[in-house]
Design a protein around this ligand. Sequence first.
Ligand code: HEC
Length: 205
Amino acid sequence: MSTADEKINRGQEQDYEIDTLTNDRLISDHEYDGIRELDNDLPPWWTWLFVITIVFAIVYLIRLFVFSSDDLIQQSEYNKEMAQAASMLPSQIQTSAIEFKVLTDQTSLTNGKTIFDKICSVCHLMDGGGLVGPNMTDDHWIHGNTMEEMFNIVTNGVLDKGMISYKDQYSPQQRLEVLSYILTLHGSKPANPKAPQGDLKEWPY
Ligand code: HEC
């Protein structure tokens, strides 16, 4: 038998001696410095794991090259994500083309009040009288009282004065709702109104 054959068939063709104590199969003539080479069967869990990796590889290769399954090909995954990103664009463009109108329906005002009471009241107070932020019930406005001007403040904030940007937290619709609610506070009598700040504005604008 050639040496190549011997290598392939070693499992069957080797001469074994069985160690009487441990039942290990010892390969004849494979002993170095008193260390003897064994040729025991692999544990079943190892063999099965090996078989599973082969099956996995076959399935994977068939899906990839024969069926060109979408998810496995990076290019199509990339295309999918780009398409998804592109589909988000129009809504962002809409933000800049938003219609700045005061909402008067009850649902919008209720939604607006929920946001105001939870978030804005921390600085503008529940009744809009003002604390850190200015009084929302008087006729004076620092940045103007048209819906567009107010929307701009809520969207971008006035960071150095302590007014936060809410463009990531609230959708344009929600920003219109909370501002529309704020306008309903105009002319009310808050408990501790903050002194007017900014310019006197026409009302209603
Ligand atoms: C952390 C405190 C804080 C919170 C919370 C806050 N604001 Fe303000 N807000 C301010 C301050 C301070 C100013 C004044 C900015 C300035 O002086 O330029 C202000 C100004 C404003 C103005 C402009 C007022 C004017 O006179 O021109 C509007 C409108 C406004 N806030 C709306 C909101 C809304 C709506 C919310 C909730 C979503 C909110 N704010 C939450 C602190 C806050």
